[in-house]
Design a protein around this ligand. Structure first.
Ligand code: GLC
Length: 461
């Protein structure tokens, strides 16, 4: 139990609040972030400015959303977070002719040495997991079409060909950057030689999320992930996608907005903690927006804030435990637990105990406030990003009133008890001219790849 050392005295609380107030972004500041992200999006789309844009706006070659006329079995594989997932998707029609999609799936964790070893090691591991999955489902004899969700920045040449620009989110397998990722997967499958697959499409997780939500709601034209990383895609007019020839119709663009800020656009908003996160990361100078919002970083950001409060003698009697001093010890899921509606002082205290600290009631309250500051800033800055995307779409439509659905997935969005609410409120405030529906996807990032494969398979035949 928290030792009862009474309420926090006024002076101490004031100092804590002053330190935490740096996390609050005023509406004008958020509107400025929205404006700048829109500016970078424009630069990313234009041929002459694309190279220097921090928001890469990568064409995906997903031209239209599937109309649901394809049936069959598809394998979806999903690589992009700490887990690798394989899913069997049966696309078929039910008695009434409406769509029926049944799935079974399996998660495999990716060992750190595989994430940061060689590309060959990583893709051999992927192929091994697929092989294991096929064994379990007695499907090794069948040559299935495979849809690959690969959640990193890829420059596509076609839907089934694209080179990895750079790793993000702690991945670093050597020999993959600059290479065709579908080729790496095909080679690994061939090296094994115990099953065959037809890799028909590779998509980003944002794209897969948009597609899977489109099945439920045909107004879904934006896909977004707030998980380990953070990113969004949306349907753009072809005439604006200068990297691809053709003027007609629309193409889905993977914004890769996680890189926003990499050319200085977030400088005045970044705090000392953000700089430490970046400097100690595997990719310093890159993904600065993502390092504010992504689940990979939010826990660590909070730990750094707590250490600052300890150093100022405002928390834990000025003493941090060894665990708390250890990088990575405060996981992002702890923010969710501490900020959950039902978390009382006892639970917060228990969590802190596991980190080797014996907190007072006041300490628990301050830790709660620190978590709230970090996660609210993330929700708000992420809202500014989405408001930028939606505003661009609204301008494309010549500012008619616009109703739009945003498909969303990701652990932070789904599991944090307050993130959604704060995020939705702020998006609506920053994009007041649009009627926005948020649709949380179930199985989005894998399922979408299978559905895209269904279309790609058909177009290719
Ligand atoms: C990172 C990746 C991006 C992905 C996002 C969410 O930002 O670069 O491709 O969509 O994480 O997983």
């Amino acid at each position: 139990m928290p030792s009862n050392r009474g309420r926090i005295e006024h002076g101490r609380m004031q100092k804590v609040q002053q330190i935490l107030s740096e996390f609050q972004l005023r509406k004008e500041e958020l509107l400025e972030v929205k404006r700048r992200i829109q500016q970078e999006m424009e630069k990313g789309l234009r041929l002459e400015t694309h190279e220097t844009a921090s928001v890469k706006m990568l064409p995906t070659y997903v031209l239209s959303t599937p109309d649901g006329s394809e049936v069959g079995d598809f394998l979806a594989v999903d690589l992009g977070g700490t887990n690798f997932r394989v899913m069997l998707v049966k696309v078929g029609k039910d008695e009434k002719g409406s769509w029926k999609i049944s799935t079974s799936n399996q998660m495999y964790s990716i060992p750190t040495d595989v994430m940061t070893g060689t590309a060959e090691m990583l893709f051999d591991y992927v192929a091994k997991c697929i092989s294991n999955f096929l064994d379990q489902h007695n499907m090794k004899h069948k040559k299935l079409s495979l849809g690959f969700t690969f959640s990193f920045p890829v420059r596509h040449e076609r839907i089934d060909k694209g080179i990895l620009l750079n790793w993000t989110k702690g991945f670093k397998a050597s020999g993959a950057e600059g290479n065709n990722v579908v080729g790496l997967l095909r080679d690994a499958i061939q090296r094994r030689g115990d099953f065959e697959m037809d890799v028909v499409a590779m998509v980003n997780d944002t794209v897969a999320t948009m597609i899977s939500c489109y099945y439920e709601d045909h107004s879904c034209e934006v896909g977004m992930i707030v998980g380990t990383g953070c990113n969004a895609c949306y349907m753009e007019e072809m005439k604006n996608v200068e990297l691809v020839e053709g003027e007609e119709g629309r193409m889905c663009v993977n914004t890769e907005w996680g890189g926003f800020g990499d050319t200085g656009e977030l400088e005045e908003f970044r705090l000392e903690y953000d700089c430490i996160i970046d400097e100690t990361s595997i990719n310093p100078g890159y993904q600065l927006f993502e390092k504010i919002v992504g689940g990979k970083y939010m826990g660590e950001l909070t730990r750094l804030v707590l250490l600052k409060l300890v150093n100022q003698n405002l928390l834990f009697n000025g003493e941090a435990s060894e665990q708390l001093k250890t990088r990575g010890s405060f996981e992002t899921r702890l923010l969710s637990q501490i900020e959950s509606d039902t978390a009382d002082q006892k639970q917060i205290c228990n969590i802190l105990n596991t980190l080797g600290v014996v907190p007072s009631q006041g300490d628990c309250e301050i830790v709660h406030l620190a978590c709230k500051s970090v996660s609210t800033r993330a929700a708000h800055i992420c809202a500014a990003g989405l408001a930028g995307v939606i505003n661009r779409m609204w301008e494309n439509k010549c500012k008619e009133t616009m109703s739009i659905t945003v498909g969303i997935d990701g652990s932070v969005y789904k599991l944090h008890p307050q993130f959604k609410h704060r995020f939705h409120m702020m998006v609506r405030e920053l994009a007041p001219d649009c009627d926005i529906t948020f649709l949380q996807s179930t199985e989005g990032s894998s399922l979408g790849a299978a559905l895209i494969s269904a279309v790609a398979g058909k177009l290719g035949s």
